[in-house]
Design a protein around this ligand. Structure first.
Ligand code: PLP
Length: 452
Protein backbone atom coordinates (compact mmCIF):
# COMPACT_ATOMS: atom_id res chain seq x y z
CA UNK A 1 0.00 0.00 0.00
CA UNK A 2 1.64 3.28 -1.08
CA UNK A 3 2.43 5.74 1.72
CA UNK A 4 0.78 8.41 -0.43
CA UNK A 5 -2.57 6.69 0.12
CA UNK A 6 -2.61 7.41 3.86
CA UNK A 7 -3.19 11.15 3.65
CA UNK A 8 -6.40 11.02 1.55
CA UNK A 9 -7.75 8.27 3.79
CA UNK A 10 -6.94 10.15 6.98
CA UNK A 11 -8.43 13.37 5.56
CA UNK A 12 -11.63 11.61 4.56
CA UNK A 13 -11.85 9.91 7.96
CA UNK A 14 -11.40 13.31 9.64
CA UNK A 15 -14.08 14.84 7.45
CA UNK A 16 -16.52 12.03 8.22
CA UNK A 17 -15.72 12.24 11.95
CA UNK A 18 -14.52 8.64 11.89
CA UNK A 19 -11.39 9.79 13.72
CA UNK A 20 -10.47 13.12 15.21
CA UNK A 21 -10.50 15.23 18.33
CA UNK A 22 -13.09 13.81 20.73
CA UNK A 23 -15.75 16.33 21.72
CA UNK A 24 -18.41 14.07 23.27
CA UNK A 25 -18.14 11.23 25.79
CA UNK A 26 -21.22 9.01 25.46
CA UNK A 27 -22.75 7.03 28.30
CA UNK A 28 -21.54 3.86 26.63
CA UNK A 29 -17.93 5.03 27.10
CA UNK A 30 -17.26 5.78 23.43
CA UNK A 31 -16.19 9.20 22.24
CA UNK A 32 -17.17 11.08 19.11
CA UNK A 33 -15.13 11.19 17.08
CA UNK A 34 -12.85 8.36 18.23
CA UNK A 35 -9.21 9.38 18.70
CA UNK A 36 -7.79 6.26 17.12
CA UNK A 37 -8.67 3.58 14.54
CA UNK A 38 -7.30 0.65 12.57
CA UNK A 39 -7.54 1.10 8.80
CA UNK A 40 -7.57 -1.85 6.37
CA UNK A 41 -6.63 -1.37 2.74
CA UNK A 42 -9.25 -3.57 1.07
CA UNK A 43 -7.48 -3.78 -2.28
CA UNK A 44 -4.13 -4.64 -0.68
CA UNK A 45 -5.72 -7.52 1.23
CA UNK A 46 -7.52 -8.78 -1.88
CA UNK A 47 -4.30 -8.50 -3.88
CA UNK A 48 -2.49 -10.62 -1.29
CA UNK A 49 -5.12 -13.35 -1.63
CA UNK A 50 -4.79 -13.31 -5.42
CA UNK A 51 -0.97 -13.23 -5.37
CA UNK A 52 -0.93 -16.25 -3.08
CA UNK A 53 -3.36 -18.26 -5.21
CA UNK A 54 -1.43 -17.41 -8.37
CA UNK A 55 1.96 -18.27 -6.91
CA UNK A 56 0.96 -21.71 -5.61
CA UNK A 57 -1.33 -22.79 -8.45
CA UNK A 58 -4.01 -25.50 -8.46
CA UNK A 59 -4.72 -28.08 -5.78
CA UNK A 60 -4.17 -25.74 -2.81
CA UNK A 61 -6.47 -24.57 -0.04
CA UNK A 62 -5.08 -21.35 1.44
CA UNK A 63 -6.58 -21.06 4.93
CA UNK A 64 -6.03 -17.61 6.45
CA UNK A 65 -4.87 -17.88 10.09
CA UNK A 66 -7.59 -15.71 11.59
CA UNK A 67 -5.71 -15.36 14.87
CA UNK A 68 -3.81 -12.70 12.89
CA UNK A 69 -6.97 -10.82 11.93
CA UNK A 70 -10.42 -12.07 12.94
CA UNK A 71 -12.36 -8.99 11.81
CA UNK A 72 -15.55 -10.46 10.30
CA UNK A 73 -15.48 -8.34 7.16
CA UNK A 74 -11.93 -9.50 6.44
CA UNK A 75 -12.91 -13.14 6.94
CA UNK A 76 -15.81 -12.58 4.52
CA UNK A 77 -13.42 -11.03 2.01
CA UNK A 78 -11.24 -14.14 2.32
CA UNK A 79 -14.25 -16.40 1.83
CA UNK A 80 -15.33 -14.46 -1.26
CA UNK A 81 -11.83 -14.92 -2.68
CA UNK A 82 -12.02 -18.70 -2.16
CA UNK A 83 -9.63 -18.54 0.79
CA UNK A 84 -10.36 -20.80 3.79
CA UNK A 85 -9.62 -20.11 7.43
CA UNK A 86 -7.25 -21.64 9.97
CA UNK A 87 -8.70 -21.63 13.48
CA UNK A 88 -6.89 -21.80 16.80
CA UNK A 89 -10.02 -22.25 18.91
CA UNK A 90 -13.59 -23.48 18.64
CA UNK A 91 -14.75 -19.84 18.76
CA UNK A 92 -12.71 -19.16 15.64
CA UNK A 93 -14.33 -22.20 13.98
CA UNK A 94 -17.81 -20.90 14.88
CA UNK A 95 -16.85 -17.40 13.76
CA UNK A 96 -15.73 -18.74 10.39
CA UNK A 97 -18.93 -20.73 9.94
CA UNK A 98 -21.02 -17.66 10.75
CA UNK A 99 -19.03 -15.66 8.20
CA UNK A 100 -20.13 -18.16 5.57
CA UNK A 101 -16.89 -20.08 5.22
CA UNK A 102 -17.62 -23.50 3.69
CA UNK A 103 -17.07 -26.30 6.23
CA UNK A 104 -14.45 -28.00 4.07
CA UNK A 105 -12.44 -24.76 3.95
CA UNK A 106 -12.03 -24.62 7.75
CA UNK A 107 -8.94 -26.01 9.50
CA UNK A 108 -9.08 -26.47 13.29
CA UNK A 109 -5.64 -26.45 14.94
CA UNK A 110 -5.92 -25.86 18.69
CA UNK A 111 -3.43 -27.84 20.83
CA UNK A 112 -6.05 -28.31 23.60
CA UNK A 113 -9.22 -29.39 21.82
CA UNK A 114 -11.70 -30.86 24.26
CA UNK A 115 -13.72 -33.93 23.33
CA UNK A 116 -16.93 -31.94 22.72
CA UNK A 117 -14.97 -29.56 20.48
CA UNK A 118 -13.63 -32.52 18.51
CA UNK A 119 -17.16 -33.91 18.15
CA UNK A 120 -18.36 -30.51 16.97
CA UNK A 121 -15.60 -30.28 14.35
CA UNK A 122 -16.40 -33.79 13.09
CA UNK A 123 -20.13 -33.04 12.95
CA UNK A 124 -19.36 -29.91 10.92
CA UNK A 125 -16.96 -31.67 8.53
CA UNK A 126 -14.13 -29.36 9.53
CA UNK A 127 -10.52 -30.35 8.83
CA UNK A 128 -8.96 -31.10 12.19
CA UNK A 129 -5.24 -31.33 12.95
CA UNK A 130 -4.33 -33.47 15.97
CA UNK A 131 -1.54 -32.08 18.14
CA UNK A 132 -0.17 -35.02 20.14
CA UNK A 133 -0.06 -38.77 20.83
CA UNK A 134 -2.96 -38.70 23.32
CA UNK A 135 -5.15 -36.67 21.01
CA UNK A 136 -4.61 -39.27 18.26
CA UNK A 137 -6.51 -41.80 20.41
CA UNK A 138 -9.20 -39.31 21.45
CA UNK A 139 -9.86 -38.28 17.83
CA UNK A 140 -9.73 -41.86 16.50
CA UNK A 141 -12.38 -42.89 19.02
CA UNK A 142 -14.57 -39.87 18.22
CA UNK A 143 -14.11 -40.38 14.48
CA UNK A 144 -15.08 -44.05 14.59
CA UNK A 145 -18.45 -43.09 16.06
CA UNK A 146 -19.29 -40.84 13.09
CA UNK A 147 -17.14 -42.29 10.32
CA UNK A 148 -20.13 -43.05 8.11
CA UNK A 149 -21.39 -39.49 8.17
CA UNK A 150 -18.46 -37.10 8.67
CA UNK A 151 -16.46 -35.69 5.79
CA UNK A 152 -13.85 -34.20 8.13
CA UNK A 153 -10.23 -34.71 7.13
CA UNK A 154 -7.95 -35.65 10.02
CA UNK A 155 -4.33 -34.56 10.15
CA UNK A 156 -1.54 -34.81 12.73
CA UNK A 157 0.84 -31.98 13.40
CA UNK A 158 4.50 -32.96 13.47
CA UNK A 159 7.52 -31.09 14.70
CA UNK A 160 10.39 -32.00 12.37
CA UNK A 161 12.90 -30.31 14.74
CA UNK A 162 14.61 -28.14 12.16
CA UNK A 163 15.57 -25.43 14.67
CA UNK A 164 14.32 -22.11 15.85
CA UNK A 165 15.11 -19.42 13.28
CA UNK A 166 15.97 -15.98 14.62
CA UNK A 167 13.04 -15.58 17.06
CA UNK A 168 12.82 -18.39 19.56
CA UNK A 169 9.54 -17.11 20.99
CA UNK A 170 7.78 -17.72 17.65
CA UNK A 171 9.56 -20.93 16.76
CA UNK A 172 7.71 -24.22 16.94
CA UNK A 173 10.45 -26.55 15.77
CA UNK A 174 12.93 -26.98 18.57
CA UNK A 175 13.23 -30.25 20.50
CA UNK A 176 11.25 -28.77 23.38
CA UNK A 177 8.54 -26.96 21.39
CA UNK A 178 5.06 -27.43 22.79
CA UNK A 179 3.52 -28.09 19.38
CA UNK A 180 2.89 -31.30 17.48
CA UNK A 181 4.44 -34.72 17.75
CA UNK A 182 8.17 -34.11 18.10
CA UNK A 183 10.08 -36.35 15.71
CA UNK A 184 13.14 -36.25 17.90
CA UNK A 185 15.02 -39.29 16.60
CA UNK A 186 14.70 -42.43 14.47
CA UNK A 187 13.02 -44.39 17.26
CA UNK A 188 10.23 -41.81 17.65
CA UNK A 189 9.91 -41.57 13.88
CA UNK A 190 9.44 -45.33 13.64
CA UNK A 191 6.86 -45.31 16.46
CA UNK A 192 5.00 -42.49 14.70
CA UNK A 193 4.96 -44.30 11.35
CA UNK A 194 3.60 -47.43 13.05
CA UNK A 195 0.94 -45.46 14.93
CA UNK A 196 -0.31 -43.43 11.95
CA UNK A 197 -0.28 -46.34 9.52
CA UNK A 198 -2.49 -48.26 11.95
CA UNK A 199 -4.86 -45.29 12.42
CA UNK A 200 -6.68 -45.14 9.09
CA UNK A 201 -8.69 -42.00 9.85
CA UNK A 202 -5.45 -39.97 9.65
CA UNK A 203 -4.93 -38.84 6.07
CA UNK A 204 -2.96 -35.61 6.49
CA UNK A 205 0.34 -34.46 8.00
CA UNK A 206 0.61 -30.89 9.26
CA UNK A 207 3.69 -28.80 9.91
CA UNK A 208 4.10 -25.14 10.90
CA UNK A 209 7.79 -24.34 11.30
CA UNK A 210 7.23 -21.00 13.04
CA UNK A 211 6.11 -17.44 12.63
CA UNK A 212 8.45 -14.53 11.92
CA UNK A 213 12.17 -15.05 11.99
CA UNK A 214 12.11 -18.22 9.89
CA UNK A 215 14.04 -18.11 6.64
CA UNK A 216 12.44 -19.66 3.55
CA UNK A 217 15.10 -22.39 3.51
CA UNK A 218 14.25 -23.39 7.10
CA UNK A 219 10.54 -23.49 6.31
CA UNK A 220 11.20 -25.56 3.18
CA UNK A 221 13.39 -27.96 5.17
CA UNK A 222 10.56 -28.49 7.67
CA UNK A 223 8.14 -29.22 4.83
CA UNK A 224 10.64 -31.54 3.15
CA UNK A 225 11.08 -33.62 6.34
CA UNK A 226 7.31 -33.83 6.78
CA UNK A 227 6.78 -34.92 3.18
CA UNK A 228 9.41 -37.64 3.59
CA UNK A 229 7.58 -38.82 6.71
CA UNK A 230 4.31 -38.95 4.76
CA UNK A 231 5.97 -40.97 1.97
CA UNK A 232 7.32 -43.44 4.55
CA UNK A 233 3.89 -43.79 6.18
CA UNK A 234 2.36 -44.49 2.78
CA UNK A 235 5.02 -47.10 2.09
CA UNK A 236 4.32 -48.81 5.42
CA UNK A 237 0.57 -48.68 4.84
CA UNK A 238 0.97 -50.15 1.38
CA UNK A 239 -1.20 -47.46 -0.21
CA UNK A 240 -1.44 -43.66 -0.30
CA UNK A 241 -2.91 -43.13 3.17
CA UNK A 242 -1.57 -39.58 3.51
CA UNK A 243 -3.08 -37.68 0.60
CA UNK A 244 -3.37 -34.25 2.22
CA UNK A 245 -0.48 -32.05 3.34
CA UNK A 246 -0.79 -28.93 5.50
CA UNK A 247 2.38 -26.79 5.39
CA UNK A 248 1.17 -24.16 7.89
CA UNK A 249 1.82 -20.44 7.66
CA UNK A 250 4.88 -18.55 8.80
CA UNK A 251 5.78 -16.58 5.68
CA UNK A 252 7.26 -13.52 7.40
CA UNK A 253 6.00 -10.02 6.69
CA UNK A 254 8.72 -7.39 6.59
CA UNK A 255 8.12 -4.20 8.51
CA UNK A 256 11.11 -2.15 7.39
CA UNK A 257 10.06 -1.01 3.91
CA UNK A 258 7.00 -0.49 1.75
CA UNK A 259 7.89 -3.42 -0.53
CA UNK A 260 6.83 -6.91 0.47
CA UNK A 261 9.69 -9.35 1.02
CA UNK A 262 9.74 -12.27 0.85
CA UNK A 263 6.93 -12.75 -1.64
CA UNK A 264 4.66 -15.77 -2.13
CA UNK A 265 6.52 -16.44 -5.41
CA UNK A 266 9.85 -16.58 -3.57
CA UNK A 267 8.44 -19.02 -1.04
CA UNK A 268 7.01 -21.23 -3.79
CA UNK A 269 10.39 -21.22 -5.53
CA UNK A 270 12.13 -22.26 -2.29
CA UNK A 271 9.61 -25.09 -1.86
CA UNK A 272 9.95 -26.24 -5.48
CA UNK A 273 13.74 -26.29 -5.14
CA UNK A 274 13.74 -28.42 -1.99
CA UNK A 275 10.55 -30.46 -2.03
CA UNK A 276 8.91 -30.56 -5.49
CA UNK A 277 6.90 -33.68 -4.57
CA UNK A 278 4.73 -31.65 -2.18
CA UNK A 279 2.89 -30.08 -5.10
CA UNK A 280 -0.37 -31.75 -6.20
CA UNK A 281 0.24 -33.98 -9.20
CA UNK A 282 3.93 -34.47 -8.31
CA UNK A 283 3.49 -36.84 -5.36
CA UNK A 284 0.71 -38.47 -3.33
CA UNK A 285 -0.99 -35.24 -2.23
CA UNK A 286 -4.38 -34.45 -3.70
CA UNK A 287 -4.77 -31.33 -1.61
CA UNK A 288 -2.18 -29.06 0.01
CA UNK A 289 -3.14 -26.52 2.66
CA UNK A 290 -1.35 -23.34 3.68
CA UNK A 291 -2.16 -21.21 6.76
CA UNK A 292 -0.79 -17.70 6.23
CA UNK A 293 -1.67 -15.04 8.80
CA UNK A 294 0.76 -12.16 8.72
CA UNK A 295 1.66 -12.55 5.04
CA UNK A 296 -1.97 -11.81 4.12
CA UNK A 297 -2.70 -9.17 6.72
CA UNK A 298 0.32 -7.37 8.11
CA UNK A 299 1.06 -4.87 5.37
CA UNK A 300 -2.56 -4.14 4.52
CA UNK A 301 -3.43 -2.36 7.79
CA UNK A 302 -2.29 0.73 9.67
CA UNK A 303 -3.23 2.45 12.90
CA UNK A 304 -3.74 6.18 13.28
CA UNK A 305 -3.94 7.88 16.65
CA UNK A 306 -4.34 11.45 17.72
CA UNK A 307 -1.51 12.80 19.87
CA UNK A 308 -3.38 13.62 23.06
CA UNK A 309 -0.47 15.34 24.78
CA UNK A 310 3.23 15.81 24.23
CA UNK A 311 6.02 16.56 26.65
CA UNK A 312 9.79 16.58 26.99
CA UNK A 313 11.67 13.91 28.96
CA UNK A 314 15.32 13.29 29.77
CA UNK A 315 17.83 15.63 28.24
CA UNK A 316 16.36 15.97 24.80
CA UNK A 317 13.61 13.46 24.09
CA UNK A 318 10.22 14.61 22.89
CA UNK A 319 7.42 12.31 24.10
CA UNK A 320 4.03 12.38 22.40
CA UNK A 321 1.33 10.33 24.16
CA UNK A 322 -1.06 8.49 21.84
CA UNK A 323 -4.05 6.13 22.18
CA UNK A 324 -2.32 3.05 20.71
CA UNK A 325 -0.03 1.21 23.08
CA UNK A 326 0.64 -2.22 24.51
CA UNK A 327 -3.09 -2.96 24.34
CA UNK A 328 -3.25 -3.11 20.53
CA UNK A 329 0.48 -3.38 19.82
CA UNK A 330 1.36 -5.85 22.51
CA UNK A 331 4.27 -7.44 20.67
CA UNK A 332 5.73 -4.09 19.66
CA UNK A 333 5.88 -3.02 23.32
CA UNK A 334 6.66 -6.29 25.09
CA UNK A 335 9.26 -7.29 22.48
CA UNK A 336 10.77 -3.83 22.23
CA UNK A 337 14.26 -5.21 21.58
CA UNK A 338 13.14 -7.13 18.46
CA UNK A 339 13.41 -4.97 15.32
CA UNK A 340 10.92 -7.17 13.44
CA UNK A 341 8.19 -6.12 15.88
CA UNK A 342 8.88 -2.41 15.63
CA UNK A 343 6.67 -0.32 13.38
CA UNK A 344 7.43 2.37 10.83
CA UNK A 345 5.94 5.61 12.08
CA UNK A 346 4.79 8.75 10.28
CA UNK A 347 3.47 12.00 11.67
CA UNK A 348 0.48 13.86 10.17
CA UNK A 349 -0.89 17.26 11.07
CA UNK A 350 -4.38 17.72 12.48
CA UNK A 351 -5.58 18.34 8.88
CA UNK A 352 -4.23 14.97 7.65
CA UNK A 353 -1.18 16.35 5.79
CA UNK A 354 2.06 14.47 6.33
CA UNK A 355 4.72 16.32 8.37
CA UNK A 356 8.29 16.18 7.17
CA UNK A 357 10.14 18.95 8.97
CA UNK A 358 11.30 19.69 12.50
CA UNK A 359 12.74 16.20 12.98
CA UNK A 360 13.76 15.40 16.56
CA UNK A 361 14.42 12.50 18.88
CA UNK A 362 11.16 10.99 20.18
CA UNK A 363 9.69 8.20 22.27
CA UNK A 364 6.03 7.53 21.45
CA UNK A 365 4.08 6.58 24.57
CA UNK A 366 0.80 4.66 24.72
CA UNK A 367 -2.25 5.06 26.97
CA UNK A 368 -1.63 2.32 29.55
CA UNK A 369 -0.44 2.68 33.11
CA UNK A 370 2.84 0.83 32.92
CA UNK A 371 6.15 2.13 31.73
CA UNK A 372 6.74 -0.51 29.04
CA UNK A 373 3.82 0.99 27.15
CA UNK A 374 5.98 2.75 24.55
CA UNK A 375 5.42 1.95 20.86
CA UNK A 376 8.63 3.54 19.55
CA UNK A 377 11.83 4.45 21.33
CA UNK A 378 14.47 7.03 20.42
CA UNK A 379 13.25 7.61 16.87
CA UNK A 380 14.11 10.58 14.71
CA UNK A 381 10.69 11.79 13.53
CA UNK A 382 8.98 15.06 12.64
CA UNK A 383 7.92 16.57 15.98
CA UNK A 384 4.47 15.20 16.90
CA UNK A 385 2.50 17.75 18.88
CA UNK A 386 -0.85 17.68 20.66
CA UNK A 387 -3.57 17.39 17.99
CA UNK A 388 -1.31 15.76 15.36
CA UNK A 389 -1.73 12.13 14.29
CA UNK A 390 0.81 9.35 14.51
CA UNK A 391 0.39 6.62 11.90
CA UNK A 392 1.90 3.19 12.56
CA UNK A 393 2.36 1.06 9.45
CA UNK A 394 2.15 -2.73 8.95
CA UNK A 395 -0.42 -3.22 11.71
CA UNK A 396 -2.94 -5.40 9.86
CA UNK A 397 -1.88 -8.61 11.64
CA UNK A 398 -1.74 -9.40 15.35
CA UNK A 399 -3.00 -6.00 16.46
CA UNK A 400 -6.77 -5.97 17.07
CA UNK A 401 -6.60 -9.79 17.35
CA UNK A 402 -4.45 -9.66 20.47
CA UNK A 403 -6.05 -6.59 22.01
CA UNK A 404 -5.45 -6.66 25.77
CA UNK A 405 -7.95 -5.81 28.50
CA UNK A 406 -5.25 -4.23 30.67
CA UNK A 407 -6.50 -0.86 31.98
CA UNK A 408 -9.92 -1.52 30.39
CA UNK A 409 -9.33 0.57 27.29
CA UNK A 410 -11.97 0.30 24.56
CA UNK A 411 -10.80 -1.51 21.42
CA UNK A 412 -10.89 1.02 18.56
CA UNK A 413 -13.08 0.96 15.46
CA UNK A 414 -11.80 -0.75 12.34
CA UNK A 415 -12.41 0.79 8.91
CA UNK A 416 -11.95 -0.70 5.48
CA UNK A 417 -11.12 1.64 2.61
CA UNK A 418 -10.42 1.91 -1.07
CA UNK A 419 -8.85 4.91 -2.78
CA UNK A 420 -10.36 5.75 -6.18
CA UNK A 421 -8.80 8.57 -8.22
CA UNK A 422 -7.12 9.92 -5.10
CA UNK A 423 -10.38 9.94 -3.10
CA UNK A 424 -10.92 7.56 -0.21
CA UNK A 425 -14.12 5.62 0.41
CA UNK A 426 -14.37 4.28 3.96
CA UNK A 427 -16.63 1.61 5.45
CA UNK A 428 -17.03 0.66 9.10
CA UNK A 429 -15.74 -2.91 9.51
CA UNK A 430 -16.07 -2.90 13.30
CA UNK A 431 -17.41 -0.25 15.64
CA UNK A 432 -15.54 0.93 18.69
CA UNK A 433 -16.00 -1.24 21.74
CA UNK A 434 -18.33 0.04 24.45
CA UNK A 435 -17.96 -0.04 28.22
CA UNK A 436 -20.70 -2.69 28.24
CA UNK A 437 -18.39 -5.01 26.34
CA UNK A 438 -15.69 -4.60 28.94
CA UNK A 439 -18.12 -5.00 31.83
CA UNK A 440 -19.37 -8.18 30.19
CA UNK A 441 -15.78 -9.46 30.03
CA UNK A 442 -15.22 -8.71 33.72
CA UNK A 443 -18.60 -10.04 34.85
CA UNK A 444 -19.94 -6.60 35.68
CA UNK A 445 -23.37 -5.18 35.11
CA UNK A 446 -24.05 -4.04 31.57
CA UNK A 447 -26.97 -1.67 31.77
CA UNK A 448 -26.38 1.18 29.38
CA UNK A 449 -28.33 1.32 26.13
CA UNK A 450 -26.28 1.84 22.99
CA UNK A 451 -26.07 5.49 21.97
CA UNK A 452 -26.53 6.39 18.35
C1 PLP B 1 -0.64 -23.58 13.34
C2 PLP B 1 -0.44 -22.20 12.83
N1 PLP B 1 -0.72 -21.93 11.55
C3 PLP B 1 -0.58 -20.70 11.04
C4 PLP B 1 -0.14 -19.65 11.83
C5 PLP B 1 0.01 -18.29 11.20
O1 PLP B 1 1.32 -17.91 11.20
P1 PLP B 1 1.77 -16.63 10.38
O2 PLP B 1 0.93 -15.51 10.81
O3 PLP B 1 3.19 -16.46 10.76
O4 PLP B 1 1.60 -16.95 8.93
C6 PLP B 1 0.18 -19.87 13.16
C7 PLP B 1 0.66 -18.79 14.02
O5 PLP B 1 0.79 -18.84 15.18
C8 PLP B 1 0.03 -21.19 13.68
O6 PLP B 1 0.30 -21.45 14.96
Amino acid sequence: MPISDVSPVLKQALEEQMIGTPTVLHDDGTTSPPPMALFIDVNALKENFENCKKAFGDGFLHAMAIKANPVSRCIKMAVEAGIGIECASIAEVMHGLRCGCPEEHIVFDSPVKTRPEIDYALAHNVHLNIDNWQEMDVVAEAYNKVKDTTKAVIGVRVNPVVGSGSMAIFSTCTATSKFGVTILDDAVRERFIAKVSSTPCITCLHVHVGSMGCKLELMAEGVQKTVQLALDINKRAGFDQITVLDVGGGLPANVDTEETTPTFEEYVKALKDVVPEMFPGKGPFKRVITEFGQAFNCKSGWIASRVEYDKEVGDETHLPLIHAGADILMRTCYLADMPKHQKRLFVYGSNGDIKEDDVCLQDIGGPLCFSGDVVAKQRQLPRANRGDFVVLRDCGANSISIFSRHCSRLAPPVYGYVVVDGKAQLTIFKESERVDDILHFFGGESTWPRQS
